[in-house]
Every structure is written in C-alpha cells, then in structure tokens.
Design a protein around this ligand. Structure first.
Ligand code: SF4
Ligand code: SF4
Length: 390
C-alpha cells in the first residue's frame, strides 16, 4: 500500500470512528478523542497536569492514546472549572467526566480473566456480595470450629479459635490469584499503550510522582476542586493517609509472617511489638483517609467524574474503613470473650477486599502508576510534533 493509500485509508477509518487498525472506538472513547482535539486547539490548561503536555504530542487520539490519557487524569476537576467551553457552551467540554468513563472501560477491557471484567460495571453489587460472602464464610467456619462466637477470654490467642494454617492457606490462595490477575491486566494495558524501554530516570521520576501524588496538587500546588471552584489539598492528604495507612497495615502483616515462620514467634504479640505498632499506626491512617475521602466524595460537584461509578468508589472506600475499624476493634478487645466474633468479622471484610482487588477501585492506583510511568518515558523521547511547551 502506498503512503497516500495508507493515509486515505486511515482518514476514512477515522471518519468512521475507527482506529487506524480498524478497532472501533466506543462512544466514551470517541468523546475523549473529541474533547482532546478541542483542548489541543485551546491549550489553556496546559500547565495543570500531565494530561495536557501528553496531549500536545498528538494530533489524533487513537484507542491506546485515549486509554493512556484517561488513566493519566487524576480527576482533580481543575480543568472543568477553568474551561470556557464547558456546558452551557455548545462544545460541552468536561474532561474529568469523559476521562472517568474511559477509565472504567480500560479496567474492564484489560481485566483477567476477560469474562470477569464485567464485574467493574456492577461494582456496588460485586462489593456487597463479596462482603456478605466473606462475613458468612468466616462466621460459619468459626461456628463450626467453636460451636459459639462468644467464649471465655483467651488472652488474645487468635489461633485458639481459628487455625493459623487454614487462615494462611485461604488468604494466601486468594491473594496470589488477585496479584496474578492484576499483573496480567496491567501487562496487557502496558503493552497496548507503551511498547519500549524503561530508562531508570523515568522509573525514578514516576515513582516520585506516585508517592507524592503530584498531580493531586492541581499543577499549581493549591490542590483539587471539590464542591466548587475553590482549591483544596484535602483529597491529596486523605489519599496519603489511605495509601500509607494501607502500606503500614501490609507491613504489619508481613512482619508478623516473618515472626511466625522465620523467628518461630507466634501471635499474639505484645502491644509494643513491631507488628502491633505498625498495625495500630496504619489502622489509624486507614480510618482517617477513607473517612475523609468518603466525605469529599459525598460533597463533590455533580459534574466531576462519572456518577455511575459512585457505588464502586464509595463501596471501596467503605470497605477500607471497615477493615481498619474491625482490625482496631479486634486489637482493643482481643482479650475479651468476643475475640472469635470480632476475628470472624475482620477476616470476612479482609477476604471481601482480597476477592475484589482485581475487579474494583483498587485497580485505579496501578493503572495510574503505569500511565505516569509512560508519561515519564514519553517526555524523554523526541517530540516529533514540537507543538507543546516542553
Ligand atoms: S479543558 Fe477547556 S479550557 Fe482547558 S484546554 Fe480544554 S478546552 Fe481549553
Ligand atoms: S481533571 Fe485534573 S487531572 Fe484530569 S485532566 Fe483535568 S486538570 Fe488534569
């Protein structure tokens, strides 16, 4: 095929709403493509976040570009409140909403196994069923083992009411499956949006941007827009509480596993021990962060994001809060006769999180990390269009 024929074919495919490869763009993807073409002509928001400099490297927006840009957007809302082409203007530009709709499509498209990608679309129901299943499973197992959920105090000895090996096998199996499923989905996404090398400086920059949640500062340091056009750093702060709280809880479990298998030290551990201290500090972070994020979510401007995804967002936040609240309650009352009941409830909600990790809001963090990595790689490559400010 001659270059002219190739261009003609590409133009006719694009005119029909298709990628050059012939893969159709969905309505949500076409909307991002349409908006990016308007933004590319306007450029008013160029300094806001990584989306706009990445946009300026393109003239057309194919499926992979749209998926990449959608996951690069942190839904801070700044470009909506700044936009002179937002509704009631006839262009009806709403970048955060269009990006949010495509993000959901990407989670579903790249999910593994593909048939379970549909769980993202009914995520409120998925989370509710997983939580009900997790709670019922552990309450029944505890009853089968103990015959009762209330007992004489056992000095915080969890393994007297639930065998350690059974607990480790159940959570180990589900966790390994979740990591495997997430890993395959992420690999499929990466291969779609970013073939090529990974220079170490790009990896370092992306890691720095992820750990600081750089783009939740709105690009100017004042933060996101929440219920109106005022800026606030609270979304970034509550994300940090949640992320680092989660990581400390994970560290607590990892250290406890090390104590158990490597040092042959069995739980319960003293209040001043490393696993307990990490668990308490992490648990408090994982209470404050989700509580704040839920409050912000309930008060967000109606035009931000995709209202259809609220059950997924709020359900995930509530699940994180419940995990922390039940974990801290278990710590506080581990010497009481309700330890078995509290342990069953805590294990049930943790199991619900593990079961839904690859098919829920948790995925957004991983896809955003991948998009930030691509951005850090791409900005080190020559800009063939030379239209942006970088
Ligand atoms: S969001 Fe609006 S103001 Fe910002 S670049 Fe796009 S069209 Fe321009
Ligand atoms: S909503 Fe925020 S993060 Fe998303 S494109 Fe607009 S300015 Fe960037």
């Amino acid at each position: 095929m001659s270059p002219l024929e190739a261009l003609t074919r590409e133009a006719s495919l694009l005119g029909a709403g298709l990628n050059p490869s012939g893969a159709p763009l969905r309505a949500e993807e076409r909307e991002v493509s349409r908006i990016m073409e308007i933004c590319n002509a306007c450029r008013y928001c160029e300094g806001f976040c990584a989306v706009f400099p990445a946009m300026t490297r393109r003239l057309e927006f194919y499926k992979a570009d749209v998926h990449y840009l959608a996951n690069l957007c942190h839904n801070c809302g700044a470009c909506l409140h700044a936009c002179q082409y937002a509704a009631p203007h006839e262009f009806d530009v709403n970048v955060p909403r269009a990006m949010a709709k495509v993000r959901l499509e990407t989670y579903s498209d790249y999910a593994w196994p593909a048939s379970l990608g549909a769980l993202y679309k009914r995520n409120g129901l998925t989370l509710s069923l997983a939580t009900a299943f997790g709670l019922a499973l552990f309450l029944v197992l505890m009853l089968l083992k103990q015959g009762t959920l209330l007992h004489a105090p056992l000095a915080g000895n969890f393994y007297a009411v639930f065998p350690h090996n059974l607990m480790a096998a159940m959570f180990g199996f589900v966790f390994v499956f979740a990591i495997f499923a997430l890993g395959i989905g992420l690999m499929k996404f990466w291969r779609a949006v970013s073939p090529g090398d990974l220079p170490p400086p790009a990896v370092a920059e992306a890691t720095h941007d992820v750990l600081r949640l750089k783009y939740l500062d709105g690009g100017h340091g004042f933060g996101c827009n929440e219920e109106d056009d005022r800026f606030s750093l609270w979304r970034r702060r509550f994300h940090h509480f949640t992320f680092y709280g989660f990581m400390l809880c994970f560290a607590s479990t990892s250290v406890a596993t090390l104590y158990h298998y490597a040092l042959k030290l069995q739980a319960p551990y003293a209040l001043g021990s490393l696993p307990v201290l990490l668990g308490i500090v992490g648990g408090i972070g994982l209470l404050i962060g989700p509580a704040g994020l839920l409050w912000l979510n309930l008060h967000r401007h109606a035009a931000h994001g995709d209202a259809a995804q609220q059950p997924m967002d709020r359900g995930f936040i509530a699940l994180l809060f419940l995990i922390s609240a039940t974990g801290l309650a278990l710590m506080l009352w581990r010497d009481s006769g309700s330890m078995a009941l509290l342990l069953a409830i805590h294990l049930g909600v943790v199991m619900a999180l593990f079961l839904t990790l690859p098919y829920g809001k948790f995925a957004h963090g991983l896809y955003r990390c991948a998009a930030l990595l691509k951005f850090a790689v791409e900005k080190r490559q020559p800009d063939r269009l030379r239209l942006g400010s970088e």
